[in-house]
Write a protein that binds this ligand. Sequence first.
Ligand code: ADP
Ligand code: MG
Length: 715
Amino acid sequence: MPDTDSQSELTLSSPVKGLPGVGKAKAASLRKMGIENVSDLLRHLPMRYEFLAGESSIAQLQADTIGTARGIVAAKRWVPGGRGKGRLEVTLQDDVDTLRMVWFNAAYLQDKLFPGIHIRVTGKVQHFGGYPQMVNPKFEPLAHDAVPEPLPSYRRPIYPATEKLPSSQIESLIEHCLDQLGDTIPDPLPAELLKHHEMPSLSDALKLVHRPTMPDDPGVGRRRLAFNELLLLQLGIELKRQYNHDKLQSPSLHFSDAKDEHIRQRFGFELTASQQQVVSEIAGDLQRDVPMNRLVQGDVGSGKTVIALYALLMAVADRYQGALMAPTELLAEQHYLSMSKMLEGSSVKIALLTAGQATAKSAARKEIEAQIESGEIDIIIGTQALVSESVKFNNLAVVVVDEQHRFGVLQRAAFRSKMSQQVQAGRIASPHYLVMTATPIPRTLSLTLFGDLDVSTIHGLPPGRKPIITRVVGSEKSDDVYEYIASRVAKGEQVYVVVPAIDEAEEESENQLKSVAAHSRLLQEKYFADFTVASMHGRLKPAERDQIMGRFRDGSVHVLVATTVIEVGVDVPNATMIVIEHAERFGLAQLHQLRGRIGRGTKDVKNLCVLIADPVTDEGQQRVEAIAASTDGFKIAEKDLEIRGMGDFFGTRQHGMPPLRVAKIPEDMDLLQLAKRDAVEMVKADAQLKLASNQTLRKILLKQYGTALGLIDVG
Ligand code: ADP
Ligand code: MG
């Protein structure tokens, strides 16, 4: 006989679908909140608690709490309010005191509440004219002589909820899970550690947050749950770091003053002190046979390109290859152009490889690939196409990834697999790895997701930069703005105009967004009749974009109307003005990037950024204000984090990292530091987490972070 007892035990990894009352629709609502299994559900914490004070006499009811009392209805009165509306006023008496109650627009209650009946009422207590009062309380009739159980006091959890999935339903699901799980929840953290930090066990912590009895309970429970998440994250990062250190091997590049001198000759300017510092840090890394794993953060225009070139040339000078990967084709082309220019007259061979060529499967692309494989090409610049299957490197030593303001730490393994050098003494060949970002990561955060990267920062901008003036105006001022700008274009300056949409919407509507198509037409006719207006967006072919960019760069196009495709990398010194339409719709980092397109020239004119905005949300208003208030990318990033919270700021999903549900950064910074210290200690003591006391931890860690951090092959 087959085993018919299919009632499986509930565990933390059980899916929520299948819990009582959770079918397809409820499961979908839960998934929208990021809740897929029981563990997710139990880490969905109450946002507050409603204190139900339990039953008391009327005299003991406390203002501003939810109270319960019983008594006899003494009087009632209907006060009409016109158009069928009105209120029912009732007084309730116990042996000593009187409670006033008011129900609004509840005529039907007139037949349910009579003087002389006994009732028990529950509601929020207010004091009004010396008497306690409740508005729209709940009530239940009591039989004269019955003595029902008095209600005990209770902290009712109120959960973040949706219309389809109210707090009360989440509450009962969590109740069910806690009941079923009982004390069977395995605790990943070693008992010693918990004792040391005076933290409760995992199952106690869950009870403290979901079923608190004392006011301090939720805080104590939450702290443990937050620590749990942060410790797992830090352990994952620590294991990864250890692995890179022990198992990977990179070419150790040589360094000399002569080589350094030789590379710098290419730049055409002196490095700033800050660039110099970053370059030394990189040169230090590259001399070791452990892969460099470094993040360079520097504001828009801070001069990251030469840093990248420096690292690439360190490889090329030792007869290795270097690769630079950019997030968009436009940006890859920009890098290719500016680096080619700096390398003019040298023997370094540089090539561009993009997806555009990939789809073409052209002979040219095959040719480039062959030259990459043979080692004839020294520096390869491209997009994601660089990690496509057909690309094989001859001897790659340095990879630079220009992330701009996206974060993706997952590419490293992809490059590793493209190394032709072979495993030496049990170690796997890996290039050195440098990530560049223009969204400075607030210091408070670099510990979390980027904990396995070393961080270098370029402070400030190269000398000679002109300040940028930022103005915010409502759309009713558009006329003035464009007339003023036209007057400056007439003097030889150029302007970017950024709009959110590519095409006009099909239907006319009042709050239609400005589009590249319609707005460039309007600008050409109305304000710039004597000049050339061109447009640009992501749907144009790379060759068309190149051609338009080329004409803007050489000055034959005066006004460039574009979507945010121009937000990264575009560098045209004569463009001194930028207008951003519907500015309230763009993110802070994006606005900052867009503004970074100007202020790159040496002309003695005022660089002007005009944000045309009609913010309708608080957040939109805050963003526009923040961007107008500062040009410092670090300050703006901090503000961004404040406005959006960490989840959105990072777009953790993009990483494939499990989101932090309970822990909040920067609020839980102290816990993060604690977790970091513990993780380092634990990995030092037990490098593979093989000890018996670490087994639960190890299992959970591999399950949650294995793929995201590439820990699976840690074994
Ligand atoms: P980022 O990529 O960080 O936004 P870029 O590398 O494009 O910035 O540099 C912006 C501009 O500053 C470029 O025109 C570059 O040539 C110039 N630049 C960079 N470093 C210096 C420096 N030390 N002195 C003068 N100009 C510099
Ligand atoms: Mg750049």
